[in-house]
Design a protein around this ligand. Sequence first.
Ligand code: UDP
Ligand code: MN
Length: 336
Amino acid sequence: MRLSIKMYLIIFICASVILYQYHLSNAWLISQTSTQDFRVLNAKASEKLKNVTAFFNASSSSNTNSTQTNRTTFVSDCFPPQEKETNLPPLYIITPTYRRPEQLAELTRLSHTLMLVKNVYWIVVEDAVRKSALVTDLLKKTGLKYEHLTAPMPDQYKKKKKGPKPRGVSNRNKGIQWIRKNAKSGVLYFADDDNTYDLQLFDEIRYTKRVSMFPVGLITKLGVSSPIVKNGIFSGFYDGWMAGRKFPVDMAGFAISVKFLLKRPKALMPFKPGFEEDGFLKSLEPFEPQDIELLASNCTKILVWHTQTKKNEPSQALDFAKYNNTNLVMLKQILV
Ligand code: UDP
Ligand code: MN
């Protein structure tokens, strides 16, 4: 009898030790998982985590001690309050695009840039009669606020055999039209699908009051197109193609306040190759070069590059007899 009580006691102690160790390892696993999850959380999930934390902080606010105060500081440092984003003036980014072998690559790259920008509306306007399903899918995947429109280039320009065409003009005008109907404040920027944008650019143009301007890299033989700034004051334009233009600048080199645009109901981009920027900026009258707001540290930085992707030949026809019932059939549907 005495022996069996001893035995029970030993079994009980062993079981307790095992249970305690199991509990410890579980707690460790949870903390590991949450650390990893924390690292991979995307912006939206982080937002939710922040809300949950805020809820717990609020509900325990009557019981504040130093540890809780530290924790609150840490969380709010990582995730600035949500109101901050919605308080930011919205950015309306108009992107003309058209079907070609490089299109999805360009839009993928640009979408990944815009996914890092706060309070942005991406207005993607296809030079096409119908919306492409591939572009629709891409836009949905981004999680961005977007507007998907179409505006084909008028036939008279499309059929032109000789000389340059007014690329992206009908698209941009359609975007402007959408802004007139739907936007009240914020800033408009024309972001072609093939350029390269520094995230700092979006922080700077967001507070444009009238029309802001800044240097664009990789333009003409000069390598840059920019307002000239002398002693902090605008004193002309530096551009490889002046052509008698009042505003010799690139499409990527300026941003416009939506309120400023709305006060100018006639402002539009002309179908005039080489003079699209000049024509549009002139249509913003009353507006003179002296009214320009100079960004990028008085135009000493390059925050946008006029990159141009190598043109690719359309992909070769697929031998359907040979590759029927393979993945190549689906891949071919994506390609041009
Ligand atoms: N674009 C368009 N239709 C066209 C050619 C161009 O919608 O037929 C778009 C293109 O996707 C880009 C913008 O217009 O966003 C400017 O075109 P591109 O990059 O070819 O002009 P560049 O930068 O060489 O002046
Ligand atoms: Mn381009």
